[in-house]
Design a binder for this molecule. Sequence first.
Ligand SMILES: [Zn+2]
Ligand SMILES: [Zn+2]
Length: 448
Amino acid sequence: MPAVLLRPHAQLGLDRSQIPSLAIHSQIIDELLAEVSEIVDPANHVKQLWHELKEEKELNPVKDNKHVIKEPWLDENTLPSCLEKMRRDDLEIVLLGTGSSQPSKYWNVSSIYINFFSKGSLLFDCGEGTLGQLKRRYGIDSANDTVRNLKSVWISHIHADHHTDLPRVLALRCDLLRGVPHEPLLVIGPRQLKGFLDAYRRLEDLDMQFLDCRSTTEASWNASDHEFESNKDQSASGSALSLHINNKRLQDNNGSFFARGSQMQSFWQRPGSPIDNSAAYPILERLKKMLLESGLEALISFPVVHCPQAYGIALKAAERVNSIEKVIPGWKIGYSGDTRPFAELREACRGATVLIHEATFEDGLVEEAIAKNHSTTKEAIEMGNSAGAYRIILTHFSQRDPKIPILTIHTCIAFDMMSINIADLPLLPKVLTYLKLLFRGHFCNFSF
Ligand SMILES: [Zn+2]
Ligand SMILES: [Zn+2]
């Protein structure tokens, strides 16, 4: 950061002498090699993996396993049918921030960039520093392009580590698109987020349209489909009913979720507040159109166990038809947001191609996880396994005592800027060994 100092008249202005010069790619690689010299051979092995994958695909075209494969990781050569003939420009998931609470040296706070390349992009959560992370990942000019091409931002809950950079992203988009015909950005989030953005909008134009997460639950989605089809003036009784059922289910088995007498326990004991979805139907219709343009079928928010109005999300791609007219099912991404593990989360993420699950606490801190409504590493992995997820990615690590958890074959820890191309998903377990090398020495407490 530039410092303002009292300086002789001839040297007026900011003292920039402490600002490091821009690092170039080869310099960074050289420094890394000097620091971890044994990484040279593994780096070549990793490159080789991609060649092997290509050859394997040519020799063994995907089996027709449209029927649910319960535990595909038991046979690493079995590819879920939704990954058949995926192209590198179909989907990339970029973990922009993988820490909890507040930004730290190693981990920024939550944000996941879902890139559909020419078909736009989405952001799941937008914690402080997200815009800076986009600039680090893509460079300043290309980061502007990513903001320009955003289709929607989805926010899981109102905690600061999940939404505070949103006004900066919205204001930048507004600037970049000034004078260009465009639609306001669709922001989907918890009810309290609207109050925050409305207050901010009194200071600066944010050029956005808000949709409450409650309007994108599965029941609201189905109710709106019915509304569009029948064109009747229905109230949102369906969605209100579903919210009530969701809350009722959570109340019925909340004994193990919450610390006794905690705020959350009393919150879940209140009946769910009904929502009038009829005003949201036109925005929902816009969302559906937008999803269709990006090759997506549904974006479903589901309530999770964390704080009032906290949600997880399931994003489902539309089916494709291959060259021999065979229907290829769409992939599915599940994201837990911040939560305790519970049955509805498992159902919402059932069969996910990728489940991104929070793992705030290490295994020995279950009581703390219960008290703060978070998950441990073990709980997150168990959730992914029981939901039949093909790949599990752990994120939202505690900044207090960073540890890399023990990994299982189909699970991967996320780190800031980790970019996962959907075409590389089968390779993910094979890269794990090399990740361990890369992180060695960077964290004081290792669990490998
Ligand atoms: Zn959080
Ligand atoms: Zn939280």
